[in-house]
Design a protein around this ligand. Structure first.
Ligand code: NAI
Ligand code: ISE
Length: 339
């Protein structure tokens, strides 16, 4: 039940995304306020709490979730820490917005799925924010309108200027391509059945041990083919493009949409430096939709099933990347609970 008419939110993880979501909850969207922040780094949590009135810092998610003024939880700790926080929130029947990935592998995602089913109602939304991006939303509506006929292929490009030093080869799949796994399932309204990963000769800017860029191929239930270029160190900016090739037309999103300057015999525009800028509106829309639904007592948006299905595709993707072969995706039958 929201306290003082607004939703009291505990933000778990106060790094790059957690701090940005806390700012958004406090200053950008309506109907919520941050009443708790949690981080194993006490100093970091304390500094963020000090910047917001009525917010307390904790080092344990359990302690924050037990607080009287916490009605809901936003999880933005690293993927391997999600399962414990999710299970704790489900035990307390608290609504959750959990940053992607739901969990880092299919077995742990299944444990969360089973716990939510045992609870008997949905409580968790997964932070696949591209579903809230204006361009992706238009693409989804167009594909589902049937106007262009059946989608035959999707081409995705996902370029980051650079990755943090601790980023691994597997994370290019689990942390980055996981977004394309989710939007592919959502845009085509079907599951991904197999994954193949091809690797060109790496960029000389790729860190030691990382094959960068990579070319990832998905097969889907209807026989559509989907390719993803994932480039972690393109050096020049953050770009996310998608193009759908359909029976009666093609549609492409993600071309830079900011002001296009024509001057001095040239034309052009800026490229966003990072996902925080490129997807700023999508994060705002996602968090506002979560707060609104939660205050109505509903759960909308990407579900634990979506998080589990993406985790299963990631697992196949990482095996395909490691073993250099096509790997089929193993999924349990979709429970009616997530129909
Ligand atoms: N939707 C999107 O576009 C993006 C999503 N993410 C996701 O957001 C999450 C966080 O990523 P970043 O903010 O980039 O990481 P980060 O490393 O900047 O921050 C993570 C924070 O969590 C804290 N932490 C670690 N274990 C914890 C635990 N057990 N309990 C509480 N706090 C803990 C760390 O001390 C750190 O302050 C990840 O799941 C990541 O995949 C990250 C970037 C973009
Ligand atoms: O989720 C994200 C990061 O974790 C990931 O590292 C980036 O590649 C993605 O573009 C971003 O949206």
């Amino acid at each position: 039940m929201p306290s003082q008419g607004t939703l009291g939110v505990a933000v778990v993880g106060t790094g790059k995304m957690g701090a940005d979501h806390a700012r958004r909850l406090q200053r950008v969207i309506s109907g919520a306020r941050v009443t708790a922040v949690v981080d194993i780094d006490e100093e970091r949590a304390g500094a963020l709490a000090d910047s917001m009135d009525g917010c307390r810092a904790y080092t344990e998610p359990v302690a924050a979730m037990a607080a009287q003024d916490v009605d809901a939880v936003l999880i933005a700790s690293p993927g391997p820490a999600h399962e414990a926080a999710l299970l704790e929130a489900l035990d307390r029947d608290l609504p959750v917005l959990c940053e992607k990935p739901l969990t880092p592998d299919a077995a742990s995602a299944l444990r969360v799925l089973e716990a939510e089913r045992r609870l008997g109602h949905r409580r968790i939304q997964v932070g696949f924010m591209r579903r809230y991006d204006a361009e992706y939303m238009k693409l989804e509506r167009l594909l589902h309108s049937g106007r262009l006929g059946r989608a035959l292929m999707l081409h995705h490009r996902h370029r980051n200027p650079s990755m943090p030093p601790w980023f691994t080869n597997e994370m290019l799949i689990n942390d980055s391509v996981v977004h394309e796994m989710d939007v592919t399932r959502w845009l085509l309204d079907q599951e991904i059945t197999a994954v193949t990963v091809l690797k060109p000769a790496p960029s000389s800017y790729a860190p030691e041990g990382m094959d960068d860029p990579q070319f990832v191929l998905f097969e889907t239930e209807s026989g559509a083919l989907v390719d993803v270029e994932i480039f972690g160190h393109c050096g020049y900016g953050y770009q996310v493009h998608a193009e759908a090739v359909c029976e009666r037309g093609t549609v492409r999103i993600g071309d830079e949409s900011g002001p296009r300057l024509s001057a001095d015999g040239r034309w052009g525009g800026a490229i966003t430096p990072d996902y925080l800028e490129r997807f700023a509106d999508a994060y705002d829309r996602q968090v506002q939709a979560w707060v609104d639904a939660t205050r109505r007592g509903e759960v909308t948006g990407p579900s634990v099933w979506d998080g589990y299905a993406a985790a299963a595709v990631c697992e196949a993707g990482v095996a395909a990347q490691r073993e250099g072969r096509r790997v089929e995706v193993e999924l349990i039958e979709r429970p009616a609970f997530y129909a």
